[in-house]
Design a protein around this ligand. Structure first.
Ligand code: PLP
Length: 401
């Protein structure tokens, strides 16, 4: 008998499992709104034109080799990534007090940051929003931190529970780490306003709470890379320390290339360089060094003015298509006279709408309409098109009536 005979079957991942179920469904009308991956109006995955151009350049450059990258990844990629999130004229960068290391997309950046904190930070407690991306608690728990939640979303208004957030962070122990979604909060699509961000910042700084930003959607919320980076820049501008995990999965469509970065903003250059030396000790036994291809694509685009400008236009087009899907879905429900208040569909931002549908309604829509989404009622607006909006609106209408 197998030495693994006792191994029990694990449940599917709550998000990626939606795609597994979708793939098994033979219906021609099936619709996958589970995973947060951008689709064109034709329902196809998109490789950005600038990515094709950058890859073309890379392939035709015969001087390029496949040697290992350093433990911290591609230097040009790290430099450009810090500029992208903190701003080209960021004093923290100019003062050399930011360390940036290339990691395996957003998830890997969160994990490396979490492991560093567990080893070197005095308070091994991280607060994450309720709700949050399902992988957050697992990543940080396995990194060695203990995880608590702070109130974030108010189901009754389908908006931010700002009072609850301030109360919970206000009663957190001094020094605790706080995970913040830089923009386009997943799964709710609800972000604080800039004024609210500044209140959060003041409260956190007054209590020495350490900000850890997860920036998985820069450019996707508003269509502007700079506007979506404002909350992070607000925290960096006060001179305090913070962590940022960046992902290029969504904004450059590099999902499977696994390209991202962890930046740690420190008080001074000396601390930053010692922190970086310790990050290497976290990374080396974990995966030795990161992959070269995706980071080379990003570096090629970010350092070239023309490619960069072309990217901003393609990114804006993706964001605009998502925004127009929100309007179309809202209009379709209004036209059907679907009971309930649906304005949150157009108020929420980023890739997802947190519909407010419960898990029975979700199961009903999957069974009767072959529409797939996570059981919390989150739908990926990026997976919708003008052609599929009526089908979704019919399904929602039937589910709530
Ligand atoms: N953080 C949030 C909030 C996300 O939604 C995602 C992806 O869905 C990630 C991080 C990490 O994604 P990746 O590891 O593909 O960059």
């Amino acid at each position: 008998d197998s030495v693994f005979a006792h191994v029990v079957r694990a449940p599917e991942d709550p998000i990626l499992g939606v795609t597994v179920a979708f793939n098994k469904d033979p219906s021609p009308n099936k619709l996958n709104l589970g995973v947060g991956a951008y689709r064109t109006e034709e329902g196809k995955p998109l490789v950005l034109n600038v990515v094709r151009k950058a890859e073309h350049q890379l392939v035709n450059d015969s001087s390029r080799v496949k040697e290992y990258l350093p433990i911290v990844g591609l230097a040009e990629f790290n430099k450009q990534s810090a500029k992208l999130i903190f701003g080209a004229d960021s004093p923290a960068i100019l003062e050399n007090r930011v360390t940036t290391v290339q990691c395996l997309s957003g998830t890997g950046s969160l994990r490396v940051g979490g492991e560093f904190l567990a080893r070197h930070y005095h308070e091994r407690l991280i607060y994450i929003p309720l709700p949050t991306w399902g992988n957050h608690p697992k990543v940080f728990t396995l990194a060695g931190l203990s995880v608590k939640t702070y109130r974030y979303y108010d189901p009754s208004t389908r908006g931010l529970d700002f009072q609850g957030l301030l109360e919970d962070l206000g009663s957190a122990p001094s020094g605790a780490v706080v995970l913040l979604h830089a923009c386009a909060h997943n799964p709710t699509g609800v972000d604080p306003t800039l004024e609210q961000w500044d209140q959060i910042r003041k409260l956190m700084r007054s209590k020495q709470l350490l900000p850890f930003f997860d920036s998985a959607y820069q450019g996707f919320a508003s269509g502007s890379l700079d506007a979506d980076a404002q909350p992070v820049r607000l925290f960096v501008a006060d001179g305090g320390e913070c962590f940022v995990a960046q992902s290029y999965a969504k904004n450059l469509g590099l999902y499977g290339e696994r390209v991202g970065a962890l930046s740690i903003v420190c008080k001074n250059a000396d601390v930053a360089s010692r922190v970086e030396s310790q990050l290497k000790l976290v990374i080396r036994p974990m995966y030795s060094n990161p992959p070269i291809h995706g980071a080379s694509i990003v570096a090629t685009i970010l350092k070239d003015r023309d490619l960069f400008n072309e990217w901003t236009i393609e990114l804006k087009a993706m964001a605009d298509r998502i925004i127009s899907m929100r309007q179309q879905l809202f209009d379709a429900l209004s036209a059907r006279g679907t009971p309930g208040e649906w304005s949150h569909i157009i108020k929420q931002i980023g890739m997802f709408t947190f519909t407010g549908l419960n898990s029975e309604q979700v199961s009903f829509m999957t069974k009767e309409y072959h529409i797939y989404m996570t059981s919390d009622g989150r739908i990926s607006m990026a997976g919708l098109s003008s052609r599929t909006v009526p089908h979704l609106a019919d399904a929602i209408h039937a589910a709530v009536t």
